[in-house]
Design a protein around this ligand. Structure first.
Ligand code: COA
Length: 278
């Protein structure tokens, strides 16, 4: 098995409430293959999702791609990538029975199903399963050189990591159709224009902007952040009027939490809230 395809670093945020809050930063680490997601990448991401759910200190997850290494002399440097898709070499010669188990239990769904907020920090190529991994996150921040796309059609395939569904809900039917049917790449500015990404920043600012947003989120009540994510997510699943009812019931239930009283008293007393997470 290939080692180290996912580098995980838990970054401690000082002065969080409850104390000990961390941002878990996951780096897809196959830069020679433009961080293409192979079987091991999926397994590692799924394992990390289980760990994140069981660790109360982890408040937010940031996913990024490893930068390309310096090339040997005379060779060209590989381009930057978040992930250039599923590892196409693992598709060769496979039939539906071979791939079904893998696609039924994949990393895109594991990330999507995390109860905690997630941010994709996208520099360079995010294609196919790379765009889908970014779509599985709650927020996408892109560098100016980020390139998105669903080129599976060029392989005689369609997106298989939830891309048709998540893309459609994020950018709408017409744009999703264009992206899936043409397989064309779209640059960061166009991605921003259609709502595929939340922000586009200079390459050298990508880390700081993404981590700063993660820190902002990590400083909220972890309980309330989960409820907020769950409530917004409801809009994708339920009819509007049912979603409004669900939101109302989540909102009302928060009045039984310690953190609601802490937040309200902190505002009234002009102090910082010291959340308990309860
Ligand atoms: N799966 C497996 N390997 C991949 C890959 C993928 N999805 N994407 C890139 N690679 C590998 C290449 O095979 C190459 O490996 P090598 O140097 O050992 O030959 C390396 O990453 C660099 O890619 P390369 O194609 O040489 O870089 P480029 O700058 O010429 O082109 C892309 C960059 C992103 C345009 C091109 O790599 C590409 O089209 N990738 C496939 C994208 C795709 O179809 N994704 C959807 C998969 S379902």
């Amino acid at each position: 098995m290939e080692e180290g395809v996912l580098i995980v670093k838990d970054i401690q945020i000082d002065g969080t409430h409850p104390p000990g809050g961390v941002i878990s930063v996951w780096t897809l680490n196959r830069p020679d293959k433009l961080n293409a997601l192979n079987d091991m990448s999926h397994q590692s991401i799924k394992n990390e999702c289980i760990r994140v759910e069981s660790d109360d200190n982890i408040r937010c997850v940031v996913i990024k791609g490893a930068s390309p290494p310096e090339p040997p002399e005379g060779k060209r440097k590989k381009p930057a990538a978040f992930a250039a898709g599923a590892d196409i070499s693992e598709f060769a010669g496979k039939n539906s029975d071979d791939v079904r188990p893998f696609f039924e239990d994949n990393a895109w769904e594991a990330v999507w199903n995390l109860s905690k907020p997630t941010i994709a920090m996208v520099d360079g190529f995010a294609l196919g399963g790379g765009t889908e991994l970014a779509l599985s996150c709650d927020i996408r921040i892109a560098s100016e050189r980020a390139m998105f796309g669903q080129p599976e059609i060029n392989l005689g395939l369609i997106p298989g990591g939830g891309g048709t569904q998540r893309l459609c809900r994020l950018v709408g039917y017409g744009k999703a159709m264009e992206i899936v049917l043409t397989g064309d790449m779209i640059n960061a500015r166009d991605a921003l224009e259609i709502g595929l990404v939340n922000k586009v920043v200079a390459i050298e600012e990508l880390d700081e902007v993404s981590m700063s947003m993660a820190e902002t989120i990590a400083r909220k009540s972890p309980h309330t952040a989960k409820v907020a994510k769950r409530a917004v997510r409801t809009a994708l699943e339920l009819p509007f009027s049912e979603g409004v009812l669900t939101e109302r019931s989540e909102f009302v239930a928060l009045f039984d939490t310690e953190d609601k009283e802490i937040g309200v008293q902190a505002f009234l007393g002009r102090k910082d809230a010291e959340w308990t997470g309860r």
